[in-house]
Design a protein around this ligand. Sequence first.
Ligand SMILES: C[S@@+](CC[C@H](N)C(=O)[O-])C[C@H]1O[C@@H](n2cnc3c(N)ncnc32)[C@H](O)[C@@H]1O
Length: 449
Amino acid sequence: MANSRQIAFIVLRDVHQGAYADVALDKALQKTKLPDLDRRLVTELVYGSVRRQRTLDALIDQLATKKSHQQPKDLRSILHLGLYQLRYQERIPASAAVNTTVQLAKENGFSGLTGFVNGLLRQYIRLTDKSPNPLDLPENPVERLGILYSFPDWIVQVWLEQLGFAETEKLCEWMNQAPTIDLRVNLLRTNLEVVEATLQSAGILVRRIPHLPQALRLISSTGSIPNLPGFKEGWWSVQDSSAQLVSHLLDPQPGEVIIDACAAPGGKTTHIAELIKDEGKIWACDRTSSRLRKLQQNTQRLNLHAIQICTGDSRNLPQFYHTGDRVLLDAPCSGLGTLHRHADARWRQTPASVQELTILQTELITHVSNFVKHNGVLVYATCTLHPAENEGVISAFLANNPDWRIEPPSANSASYGYCTPQGWLKVWPHQQDMDGFFMVRLRKTNNSE
Ligand SMILES: C[S@@+](CC[C@H](N)C(=O)[O-])C[C@H]1O[C@@H](n2cnc3c(N)ncnc32)[C@H](O)[C@@H]1O
């Protein structure tokens, strides 16, 4: 049976050939019968090495004569694994990190280079004996943060322009943490006290989140989520606190017609159904049927009946024109607010992909705003921290549609505390300790058609 590090190496090889880190990892773990502890090690090594890729490459550049991108691809992955353990895995003794990495090199076609691997890793250890952070860093603030925290320059630049150096550094640090898991309790089936007590009796510690009436944060490790008590019974869903704010901002009421224009897999659709006590009609539209199947499963598990599914492109659904009391557009986005949840996401997005997304977002809001009835409400939300996809899309929409205005949340809303002077809400993860989000409520005013 292959050992944890060999499996991690094979997954990294797939990732460097273009596979998604989570998909490649799942595939590899399904093929093995590793004990839980080893599975956790593989996961940590893969996600950590992918996430910290830029920092690890900078170390290779510093310690070897050939730059990281000139090294054979597999050797680079092996060095990433070794350096990752030395730099970020305090529980692994340095000697074990070095010996296992040398072994990996030997077993994967680099027996002639074991001396190089051994030498490079030992040189790193010697440098750390002299200084806790031996990485050479440039003065330029963008590159400095990009190399130290392993982000592409363009993302650091986007954040620096909004936050300045000290806050951007805190945000970068936050995004390299292990993600937390929040639950949203289904108050139609149970209540917070019962879920808290049930989880606690299964040895899982939770805490409440201020202002969010359905939220619980898991503060101890859990194992498989579907095996936790209450999941199969539909007592709760997994949903980050900031995503819960979106449906509170929409503020849906029992009996209303609500259209969720980008609904799958249904985190917010099911929340809306819970908030209206399952009384009314919610159209869950999405163009991806595989994701809508998940929405269907979630709806059944939570025993909700107000939701109707519509598969299609929301830029072309004229049957909904002027029918919605409230419309939610939780738009596809670059996900810069949830980079901590997807190890490879920071390397997949580019300024060009952001540009394409802003075009799609603009087309979606333009079409979907027609779904709203006279005097109705439209909420636009993204889980990104890129102003072009947020403030930019909304400012352009308002400039082209003078019959719409921003309506900030009311003082008794769960989302009130996150409101900015402009009336939109922006959740900065390092300040609020939840996923990054942008959301705004717009109302179609009286002078509109
Ligand atoms: C951010 S996700 C939605 C998450 C969902 N609201 C939730 O809370 O679970 C964006 C969704 O938009 C969908 N999408 C992208 N382009 C679309 C379009 N033109 N029309 C309809 N859905 C679209 C994607 O399939 C994806 O499911």
